[in-house]
Design a protein around this ligand. Structure first.
Ligand code: AMP
Length: 479
């Protein structure tokens, strides 16, 4: 009997795991899978990259294979990229079942999604905003028979911040049956434990990693104390260092704002670094394209805001650089968790200014891990300082002036997000409205043309009649 079969999973699922290179259950899988199979609600607090997705995908697939119907399971997750990643795991592990899944996220075609939902997929993986939109506007699908509700990155879904999911979650919880199994997972559940308990009412099985430390042992956590003015030069120097010292290198850089993300990307490209940006002010297609380029190692650097901080599983990432010190210790956990996944080693380097030292202390205290200093030769940084700062200024000016339209567009999208609107959806609505106006205009023009043509015909007829009358008259007059 394989380790996975011993948890109560069927042989075909163990075989699927083996095909994916998953041979032995991780602690979160070992503890949560049997509890879920027993029919209990489950709350799993597992460190980043420790296999929590499979901890819920495997038992859901097992139960689905015993009684297959749609819609059987709904997975909610805070970001669109993460939804596609979870969909992929369901698809790979559930292939022998002929699993039908449907990913429902903002920024993608809503009509196509509605059509897919109406075909009763076994599993729906969604971001709350778009799914709530479908529930409000459509009666072509229902989730009344839903067996499993999974909240991935559950604490983020319940957090009230810039993107507040509360209202959408209310709509969704109103559309799923009260009698269901609820599974909640994250690397940082403890902060919102009480709220989460009100969603998972069925005597939830709670599992938390035994270790006090919230980050994995394979992660080497470093910091560099820098002045704000030299931060970018340190960043460039660090990349140069990794580029020359490692043959196969891949870096994720986190920054606080979309604008800074855009500027840093422009700046690194000026230095001929293969970088791409990922932030919420980009169109969804550009976001997917950037991620795909980074995942395929065509581009070695991904500069992102916290939109990429949670859940993304890119095994090649060896280094995470925090261009700003995260204000919340749990955001730090998720950011640095993009490296050192599934037993691999990784390094995180946080650039800390004198104003951020208290943040580092909070990170160390809450995560129960000390950050060590990372040494970089200051002389090397000083050599490039002026060039880096001038390049950054040039990029800022470029974004302010020549890319004024792009910036305006970014601000417009930002405003919409703050108002709780989906900019991609708004754009689509605007495009549809414009199309209707265009068609109306064309229709009017065609009517005008027809009228004109009829007028011309009438005129011609009149003239012809007149001419004939005249000819008749002339014929009569002739002797
Ligand atoms: P997750 O924490 O779910 O994002 O998973 C992180 C990575 O661990 C993914 O690439 C999974 O394919 C991999 N993984 C999941 N379960 C196991 C396992 N039991 N053994 C080794 N790798 C695993």
């Amino acid at each position: 009997m394989s380790d996975f079969s011993a948890l109560g999973l069927s042989e075909w699922l163990s075989q699927q795991c083996r095909q994916m290179g998953i041979n032995k259950p991780t602690p979160v899988q070992q503890s949560c899978v049997p509890a879920i199979l027993e029919g209990r609600d489950c709350m799993g607090c597992a460190k980043t990259g420790s296999g929590k997705t499979a901890a819920f995908v495997l038992p859901v697939l097992q139960k689905l294979s015993e009684d297959p119907y749609g819609i059987f399971c709904l997975v909610l997750t805070p970001t669109r990229e993460l939804a596609y990643q979870i969909g992929e795991q369901f698809r790979v592990l559930g292939r022998p079942l002929g699993l039908r899944d449907c990913v429902v996220v903002g920024g993608m075609n809503m009509v196509a999604q509605a059509l897919e939902l109406s075909k009763k997929p076994h599993v729906v993986i969604a971001t709350p905003g778009r799914l709530a939109d479908h529930i409000r506007s459509s009666n072509t699908f229902n989730m009344r028979k839903l067996r499993f509700l999974v909240l991935d990155e559950a604490d983020r879904l319940l957090e009230q911040g810039c993107t507040d999911f509360t209202k959408d979650l209310e709509v969704i919880l109103g559309a799923v049956p009260a009698k269901r199994q609820t599974l909640l997972f994250s690397a940082t559940l403890t902060d919102t434990l009480q709220e989460l308990k009100s969603i998972a009412l069925n005597k939830p099985f709670y599992w938390e990693s035994q270790s006090e430390v919230r980050t994995v042992d394979e992660l080497d956590q470093r910091y560099i104390l820098v002045a704000e003015k030299v931060k970018d030069a340190y960043l460039v120097r660090l990349i140069q260092k990794f580029q020359t010292e490692h043959e196969d290198w891949s870096i994720m850089i986190f920054t606080s704002t979309c604008k800074n993300c855009q500027i840093l990307n422009m700046m690194l490209r000026e230095f001929s670094f293969p970088s791409v940006a990922l932030h919420s002010m980009m169109k969804q297609k550009q976001r997917f394209a950037a991620l795909a380029k980074f995942k395929s190692s065509i581009f070695k650097i991904l500069i992102a805001t916290d939109v990429a901080a949670r859940g993304l599983d890119i095994p090649t990432v060896q280094v995470v650089i925090n261009h700003n010190t995260p204000g919340l210790p749990k955001n730090y956990v998720h950011r640095v968790g993009r490296t050192a996944r599934a037993g691999r080693h990784g390094v995180s380097i946080t650039l800390v200014t004198q104003y951020d030292i208290h943040l580092v202390h909070a990170i160390e205290e809450q995560n129960k891990a000390k950050l060590k200093e990372y040494s970089v030769a200051e002389s090397e940084v000083l050599k490039i300082l002026t060039q880096v700062n001038v390049t950054r200024r040039e990029c800022e000016i470029k974004l302010e002036s020549s890319d004024f339209d792009e910036k305006k567009e970014i601000n417009k999208r930002k405003q919409m997000i703050l108002e709780g609107k989906d900019p991609d959806l708004e754009e689509k609505r605007k495009a549809e409205l414009e199309k209707i106006h265009r068609e109306k205009r064309k229709f009017k023009e065609r009517i005008q043309e027809n009228l004109q043509r009829q007028k011309d015909i009438l005129l011609k007829k009149k003239l012809l009649k007149k001419k004939r009358r005249q000819q008749k008259h002339e014929a009569k007059e002739k002797p």
